[in-house]
Ligand binder design. Structure first.
Ligand SMILES: [Zn+2]
Length: 444
C-alpha cells in the first residue's frame, strides 16, 4: 500500500510505502508498484496509531449490552424506572453508568419500588459499586465472605457477580470497530483480573480477529499461548477500604521481583499518598504507573517524577459538574491537573477508562484543551494544554506510554486523517479519521 503526499510533520510531506506489515519506504515521488493500492493523502496528516492506555474492554462490551442510566441519559426516579422496565427480555436487567445525580442513593428497596419482579443490577459510574434489587439478591444467593450485600449495595463485587449472574452478550467486534474508526490501534486493559483465566475471552477475541488491535493486560497473568501482552500489574486503592501499607508494599515487591511494573489506581488525595508511600518503600521499578491521579496536591509533584501518570482529561467534562459539588473544597484546586504535571516534568499518558468514561480519545483531547464541564463551567482552566500535547498523550506505546511514537521505517500502525494536523487539531474529533492501519494493513 502506498500513501502518497502524507503530512508526516509540519515540515515534511512525503509518500509512505507499507509492505510486509510495516513502513518500508518514505520518500518523494515513489512509484506505485504493480498491483499496489495507492491512496492520495493530498497533504493530510499520517500519525501513529492511538493507544488507549486505560480501558476496561469486558466492562465496555457489557455496558454496550446494558441500559444506560447515566446522568446525561436520565433524570429522576420515574425516568430511571421507565428505562429499567423497558429492558428487553424477561431475565436479568443490567444497567450501567449510574450516578446519584440521576435519582439519589440507590439500594435494594429503592430498586424494588421501580422493578419488583425482575432481577436488576445497576452499576455505578465509578465501576466500584453494584446496586441489586431484592429479586437479584435472591437470584445471586449469599455473597462470599468479605462482601456485604445486605442492603443491595455491593462494593467491588465483580468477581462474585461474574460467577453467579448470567453474562450479557459481549460483542467485542463491535467495540473494536468503533475504536478503529477513531484511530485506536492498541488497548491497555486496566481490569485487575485475579487469574490468567479471567482474560481468556479477551485472548480469544484477539486471536480470532474480533479485536484487531494490540491488547495489553494488567491482570494477574496470561493463559498459555496467549496473544495478549502483559503490562504492569494493576492494584486498586479504594479510600473506604484501603489495604494495610505493609501488604501493599509486599504486593508491589512481589511484582517487581518478577520484573513486572505496577499500576496503582489512585483517585483521591489519600489514595495517592498511600500509593506513593508504598512505592517509595518498595523501591522504584521502570514502568511503574499511577492510574487516574484525579487529585494531586502541589506538594506531591516532586514525588511523582519517577512515575508515569495515566490520566483521563475527559473526566473534567463528564464528571466535573458532580465533582464540583462533592469533592472536598480543599481538593478542588488539585482536581484533574494536566498542564502543571507537564511543567513539573512528570511523564504523562491518557486512557479513556471506558466504560467509566467515554470511549472516544478525541473527546478526551478536546476536553484537555477546553477544560469545561458538560454544563459549560470551567474547571481549573489553567490546567489546559494544547491539542497537539493532548494528542501525544495517546501516541505512546504500551511499554512506554509517555513517549510518543512517530512515523518511520518499521512503523506498523498508523492513522490517516482528513487534513493537515494543525487543521484537525483546531477541532479535535474522531470524524477526522479516514483510515486506520494495523500491522501494515488497512483495517478501515
Ligand atoms: Zn479504570
Amino acid at each position: 500500500m502506498l500513501i502518497a503526499a502524507a503530512q508526516l510533520s509540519p515540515t515534511l510531506t512525503a509518500d509512505v510505502r507499507f509492505a510486509h506489515g510495516v513502513i518500508t519506504e518514505i520518500g518523494v515521488g515513489l512509484a506505485r508498484a504493480p498491483g499496489e493500492e495507492r491512496i492520495d493523502a493530498r497533504g493530510a496528516a499520517l500519525i501513529p496509531g492511538l493507544h488507549d492506555h486505560h480501558v476496561h474492554l469486558r466492562a465496555l462490551a457489557a455496558a454496550r449490552a446494558s441500559v444506560d442510566v447515566g446522568p446525561h441519559a436520565i433524570t429522576g426516579r420515574a425516568a430511571l424506572g421507565d428505562a429499567l422496565r423497558a429492558a428487553p427480555g424477561a431475565g436479568w436487567i443490567r444497567a450501567a453508568g449510574y450516578h446519584e445525580a440521576v435519582a439519589g442513593e440507590l439500594d435494594a428497596a429503592a430498586l424494588d419500588a421501580l422493578v419488583p419482579d425482575r432481577p436488576v443490577r445497576v452499576q455505578h459510574r465509578t465501576g466500584q459499586l453494584w446496586i441489586l434489587n431484592s429479586a437479584a439478591l435472591r437470584a445471586a444467593g449469599p455473597p462470599p465472605p468479605g462482601i456485604d450485600a445486605a442492603d443491595g449495595r455491593v462494593w467491588r463485587g465483580d468477581d462474585w457477580l461474574r460467577r453467579v449472574v448470567p453474562p450479557p452478550p459481549l460483542d467485542y467486534a463491535a467495540l473494536a470497530a468503533e475504536a478503529l474508526a477513531r484511530g485506536v490501534t492498541g488497548f491497555t486493559d486496566a481490569t485487575p483480573s485475579a487469574s490468567a483465566g479471567d482474560v481468556e475471552d479477551l485472548d480469544a477475541a484477539v486471536r480470532t480477529g474480533a479485536i484487531p488491535q494490540h491488547v495489553t493486560t494488567m491482570g494477574a497473568g496470561l493463559p498459555t499461548g496467549s496473544v495478549l501482552a502483559l503490562g504492569p500489574r494493576k492494584f486498586v486503592l479504594d479510600e473506604p477500604r484501603l489495604p494495610p501499607l505493609d501488604a501493599l508494599v509486599e504486593a508491589i515487591r512481589h511484582e517487581h521481583a518478577r520484573r513486572r511494573p505496577v499500576a496503582i489506581h489512585a483517585l483521591t488525595r489519600v489514595e495517592l499518598v498511600l500509593a506513593l508511600t508504598a512505592l517509595e518503600l518498595a523501591g522504584p521499578h521502570p514502568g511503574d504507573r499511577i492510574e487516574h491521579a484525579s487529585v494531586v496536591p502541589a506538594a506531591l509533584l516532586p514525588a511523582l517524577r519517577p512515575l508515569t501518570l495515566v490520566l483521563q482529561p475527559h473526566h473534567v467534562r463528564e464528571r466535573g459538574d458532580a465533582q464540583r459539588e462533592t469533592v472536598d473544597p480543599a481538593d478542588l484546586p488539585d482536581l484533574h491537573r494536566l498542564a502543571s504535571l507537564d511543567r513539573a516534568g512528570i511523564p504523562l499518558a491518557a486512557g479513556t477508562d471506558a466504560p467509566f468514561g467515554g470511549a472516544d480519545p478525541w473527546a478526551a483531547i478536546a476536553a484537555a484543551t477546553t477544560r469545561t464541564t458538560r454544563a459549560g463551567v470551567p474547571l481549573n482552566p489553567q490546567e489546559a494544554v494544547g491539542a497537539r500535547r493532548a494528542l501525544a498523550l495517546f501516541l505512546g506505546g504500551p511499554t512506554a506510554p509517555a513517549t510518543p511514537r512517530g512515523i518511520a521505517i518499521g512503523t506498523a500502525d498508523a492513522v490517516l486523517l482528513d487534513a493537515p494536523l494543525a487543521d484537525v487539531l483546531a477541532t479535535p474529533d474522531a470524524g477526522h479519521v479516514v483510515m486506520t492501519v494495523i500491522g501494515g494493513r488497512r483495517s478501515t
